[in-house]
Write a protein that binds this ligand. Sequence first.
Ligand code: 1JT
Length: 255
Amino acid sequence: MPLLEGKTALVMGVANRWSIAWAVAQAVVREGARLILTYQGERQKKTAEDLGASLKASKILPCDVGRDAEVAGLFDSLKQENVRLDVLVHSLAFANREDLERPFHETSRDGFSLALDVSAYSLVKVAHHAAPLMSEGGSVVTLTYLGSTRAVKNYNIMGVAKAALEASVRYLASELGPQGIRVNAISAGPIKTASARAVKDFSSMLAAVEQKAPLRKNTDPAEVGDAAVFLASHLARGITGEVLFVDGGYNIVGL
Ligand code: 1JT
């Protein structure tokens, strides 16, 4: 029996076929969910529409989470069409490139605000709008990284943003739990997405993980997709406010 039969999943953050959100979209469709995709802007429109069509997505809508009006507009349009949501996947983040390269103490006020706004506040905002559509309860899943709790070289402001994101997961889980809405994060190992490609020395990081992780391999986006299916499904009905590591065990190893 498919794990998400009869459920509707909104997946935010598909930019291209290397996106973690795309691996999640494929996994939820494989498990029988109806898929709604959002993409950030004009530049991503064609790609999102092509990818969405290949999975028979029922809707492919624009939503730049940095703009309140676009977030409100997205959920208004879903409400208009009487969409009941069961699953919300938040798989997006942003930081200025120089903030991932220069020393962390050089982070500008604007760079700090931007990274936290797009990468952490956006979860609060979309959960706020999604909750009323989750009339039969639901599951919110976001993506995080180990740099939230460890000072990982170069991750810098994104680590601070992920710490805020993980704390937001706990507050949202606490407040939305009484409505049957669970909120969890997946802490993925490093994955070579388009965003990660822009990071210097990313390939050497992948090599280090391959050597040190208990499973001696890097994280495959499909592993994240499957974990998201689990968290979205009835199998995870007792789990909320949690950070689930999908990183080949890298986070448990000491020096
Ligand atoms: C962003 C970027 C968020 C890269 C990200 C990210 N979350 C994980 N990665 C990959 C990564 C990046 C670094 C790293 C480890 C993993 C790019 C900009 C947009 C937001 O350092 C050890 C730097």
